[in-house]
Design a protein around this ligand. Structure first.
Ligand SMILES: Nc1nc2c(ncn2[C@@H]2O[C@H](COP(=O)(O)OP(=O)(O)OP(=O)(O)O)[C@@H](O)[C@H]2O)c(=O)[nH]1
Ligand SMILES: [Mg+2]
Length: 230
């Protein structure tokens, strides 16, 4: 197997559509998924580089694995469901700290998935959208999370990382809305991220940081009396 030159990690709550987004991009289709256990990755050739794209499990009991997967990541795609405000809140409360192990110049993208379920009929036509299902809005629900909410989160991330807005890509550029089901903006998301990680890969290769996942770092979640993981 080819050795990856750089790493992109998808993080976010269970059920937001991380696996579906990755399938849509890599396999060019939408299919029923099962909730991810642990993590898995695809290798994507991008120019002369091999980029590993890690799909992680959103379920609470796998939470401890997240920072291990993020180690040295050149980009983290924080994913939420546009129909669940809670899934956006979770990104800040549960997932952001996992990115402490990412590369110091890691790129952050915030992605609101499942826009096909919303009544946002103002979606512009997009050539990446292979199906027509966004056209009808009749039975759709009002979006719970709006672009401004995602932009506010992006700004909080910059604060958390102590980064200056003028040194990083603009919030508007790094907040995406997608549909893994219809394919809406999925290629655009991944390709924008890949373009941005190339300079990071070049720097990482020059410096030679470790790119491997060390499973000895994984600390299992504590078991509660009821037998569930806390
Ligand atoms: N309508 C719609 N459903 C979607 C979309 N993306 C994913 N789903 C559905 O949402 C459910 C969860 O999708 P997954 O891709 O498994 O979610 P996940 O984030 O990988 O979840 P975990 O692996 O548990 O962390 C599945 O039933 C998908 O078919 C989308 O864009 N639109
Ligand atoms: Mg999954």
């Amino acid at each position: 197997m080819k050795k990856p030159d750089g790493k992109v990690v998808l993080l976010g709550d269970m059920n937001v559509g991380k696996t579906s987004l990755l399938h849509r991009y890599m396999e060019r289709r939408f299919q029923e998924t099962v909730s991810t256990v642990g993590g898995a990755f695809y290798l994507k050739q991008w120019g002369p580089y091999n980029i590993s794209i890690w799909d992680t499990a959103g379920r609470e009991q796998f939470h401890g694995l997240g920072s291990m997967y993020c180690r040295g990541a050149a980009a983290v795609i924080l994913t939420y469901d546009v129909n669940s405000l809670q899934s956006l809140t979770e990104l800040e409360e549960r997932f952001l700290a996992l990115t402490d192990s990412a590369s110091a110049d890691c790129i952050f993208a915030i992605v609101g998935n499942k826009v096909d379920l919303t009544d946002d009929c103002a979606l512009p036509p997009d050539e990446n959208r292979p199906e027509k299902s966004v056209a009808s809005c009749g039975s759709k629900v009002r979006k719970q999370v709006h672009a401004e909410d995602a932009i506010a989160l992006y700004k909080k991330i910059l604060k958390y990382k102590m980064l200056d807005e003028k040194d990083v890509p603009a919030a508007e550029k790094m907040c995406f809305e997608t549909s893994a089901k219809t394919g809406y903006k999925v290629d655009y998301l991944f390709e924008t991220v890949f373009e941005m990680v190339v300079p990071i890969i070049v720097r990482q290769k020059a410096e030679g940081p470790p790119q491997t996942v060390d499973i000895t770092d994984y600390k299992p979640a504590k078991r509660t009396k009821s037998g569930c993981c806390a």
